[in-house]
Structure formats: C-alpha cells, structure tokens
Ligand binder design. Structure first.
Ligand code: GSH
Length: 205
C-alpha cells in the first residue's frame, strides 16, 4: 500500500494512523506546489482530485479523503481502539468528530494557506477557527481525547489540522486544554515517528 503525502499536510493524519496501527506503508512524497511526484509524474495521474492524501491499494485501486482513509487504515488493521466497531455509538462518536475536523477545521484553515487571500478574509477565518477551537477546548475539559478517554483516528486528524496554527499565526493561547492535547499527542511514539519520517522533527542526538 502506498500513501501519497506532503510533509505536514492533512495526509499526516493517515500516516499517523498507519504508524499507530503498525501498518507498513510506502510513503510517496508529493510536491504540492507543482502537483508532481518526485519521479516527475503528475499527482493528477494518481488522484484526479490533484490532492493528498491518496492511498494506492495493492490491487491498483486508489482511495482518497483523509477522514475516510484514517478509518480504512484502522479498519484493515482491526484496531478497534483507534476506530470502534461499526454500528456502535462509539463508532458514530468518532465519525462525528471526523466530520467536524474535515468540515469545520480542515477547510476552515484553507484561506490562511493562500498568500493572495485578503486580510479581512483571513481575519474572518481566524475568528471562525477560534470559535471552533473553543468548542474543542470545552470538550477536552471533559475527556482526554475527542471521543473519550482513548486516542482514536479523530485525534490523529484533529492534531494534524490544529497543529497548522503554529505555522499560520492562529492563536492557541486562549485554549490551554487544546494546547495541552496537541502536546500530549505530539509526544506519542507513533506520532513522533511519523513527524520524523516526514522531516518535521529531528531524531534526538
Ligand atoms: N477533501 C480532501 C482535501 C484534501 C486537501 O485539502 N489536501 C491538500 C493538502 S492538506 C492538498 O493536497 N492541496 C493541494 C491543492 O489543493 O492544490 C480530503 O479531505 O482529504
């Protein structure tokens, strides 16, 4: 199985889940500015949506969408700690958070990634994100992770996206529980391995 990724992009969520699940993946790096793979091939030739993440299965099928891929990887590995059994309320709670991350957070950051976005639009995006971060912070006052006391695929996705705050001037100071949650997740061995493999964290000397 190949995972098409760009360092620190939303594909990191899938990478983290693969490492948490102990699933081996061949990482294929993508230059998102050029939309090219390192061998010069067009990203669109793998994923017609021209985006990461994408997983190419051994049977040739390609699956996309971060919120789906994290579930696919956990399900294939039979990791019910990362993704509770289908049909249970616990599973729907994880999916509820995955959808929140995808629609309220992931796409909420989009205007901040584009240098040409006007300042007023960026300010509005930051305000909207702050209101969503307040909801996460409140939730994290009641449980250690989004769907309860255990780390799930929803946390891998939320960590990946909220962590962008550090690079895009989004203030996390008003949200101490959310900041502590990011630190807690960043310290997980599988997360550190994923960050190192993507060149985002240096190995300790
Ligand atoms: N709907 C997709 C969106 C994926 C997405 O936004 N990927 C970004 C990186 S985080 C990307 O590849 N952007 C390239 C581009 O838009 O040109 C998903 O949820 O997986």
């Amino acid at each position: 199985m190949k995972l098409y990724y760009a360092p620190g992009a939303c594909s990191l969520a899938v990478h983290i889940v693969a490492r948490e699940a102990g699933t081996p993946v061949d990482l294929v790096k993508v230059d998102l500015k050029a939309h090219k793979l390192e061998n010069g091939a067009d990203l669109a030739s793998v994923n017609p949506k021209n985006a990461v993440p994408a997983i190419a299965l051994d049977n040739g099928e390609v699956l996309t969408e971060a919120a789906v891929l994290v579930q696919w990887v956990a399900e294939q590995a039979g990791k019910s700690d990362l993704l509770p059994a289908a049909g249970t309320m616990a599973r729907f709670r994880v999916q509820e958070w995955l959808n929140f991350v995808a629609t309220e957070l992931h796409k909420g950051f989009s205007p901040l990634w584009h240098p040409e976005t006007e300042e007023g639009t960026k300010r509005a995006a930051r305000e909207k994100l702050a209101s969503r971060f307040a909801q996460l912070d409140e939730r994290l006052g009641r449980s250690a992770y989004l769907a309860g006391e255990h780390f799930t695929v929803a946390d891998a996705y939320a960590f990946t996206i909220v962590n962008w705050s550090h690079f895009l001037n989004v203030d996390l100071k008003p949200f101490p529980r959310l900041s502590a949650y990011l630190d807690r997740i960043a310290a997980r061995p599988a997360v550190r391995e994923a960050l190192m493999a993507e060149g985002l964290l240096k190995k300790a000397a």
